[in-house]
Design a protein around this ligand. Structure first.
Ligand code: SF4
Length: 245
């Protein structure tokens, strides 16, 4: 009783509008203030920042926050957790922009909403992940976020799944198991990349231990940035893809 009283109400009634309490780094905003941009470009550990035009690629950003700490007049992080998109270029935040990141409806395959609109079963593949994104994906179905209420679940076998969620930068050792897992999923099927490592390789981008050929051969249906991803980012991204409220 004491623990229940202490925890209060954990269930989030509306995961599409809830505000994240405490500190959180979501979608960044870049001001037009004149600063030493080269300094920020050099400072970024994953080359997520580019100059001319000045922008941040959320597919590469680890959300370490160092750029905002060093140059708060230029870069700040909002609490906007809806940063997923099905178009890779929409993850690039440009100087002076302050608008939500959205799904491009023209890129959503027709069968996704027609077949998976009522129920979507996903198989998670940790392709060299560090267990951070995996833990957050696990949290999507806990009592707080309760993703199952939308008919979206993780399943144990790819043969029971409608698609795969890839975490980790895809190591050489995981390239073949990933391929086999994807082949075992019946058609039609979707691919979701969860986390910076999966989207771009993150801090491992130039490592010879990676084999990211899989991503060149297949169409990606959703990019979920974060390092690790936040459960609300994942849930809202999938809901937008399926066009569910
Ligand atoms: S928060 Fe992102 S853009 Fe800024 S320094 Fe860290 S990785 Fe680079």
């Amino acid at each position: 009783m004491k623990i229940m009283w202490h925890q209060g109400q954990q269930f989030i009634p509306d995961v599409t509008t809830v505000t994240i309490p405490g500190e959180f780094r979501g979608r960044p905003v870049i001001s037009t203030a004149k600063v030493n941009e080269d300094l920020l470009v050099d400072l970024c550990p994953t080359k997520a920042i580019s100059a001319s035009p000045f922008c941040i690629d959320l597919g590469k950003c680890t959300f370490c926050g160092e750029c905002a700490i060093q140059c708060p007049e230029k870069i700040s992080f909002t609490k906007d957790y809806k940063i997923s998109s099905n178009e890779r270029s929409r993850l690039i935040i440009r100087e002076g922009e302050d608008h939500p990141i959205l799904i491009n409806p023209e890129l959503v395959r027709q069968e996704i909403r027609r077949i998976f609109g009522g129920s979507l079963k996903l198989r998670q593949v940790s392709a060299g992940g560090d267990n951070s994104c995996e833990m957050e994906l696990n949290a999507t179905n806990n009592v707080n976020f309760d993703m199952s209420r939308f008919g979206i679940d993780f399943v144990a076998s790819p043969r029971h799944a409608d698609g795969i969620v890839i975490t980790g930068p895809i190591t050489v050792n995981m390239a073949e198991p990933l391929e086999k897992c994807y082949r075992a999923v019946p058609n039609p099927k979707i691919i979701i990349l969860a986390g910076t490592d999966a989207i771009s390789g993150g801090i491992f981008t130039d490592s010879p231990a990676l084999n990211r050929e899989f991503l060149k051969k297949n169409t990606i249906d959703l990019y979920v940035p974060g390092n690790p991803i936040h459960p609300l980012t994942f849930i809202n991204g999938v809901l937008s893809l399926l066009k569910k409220k």
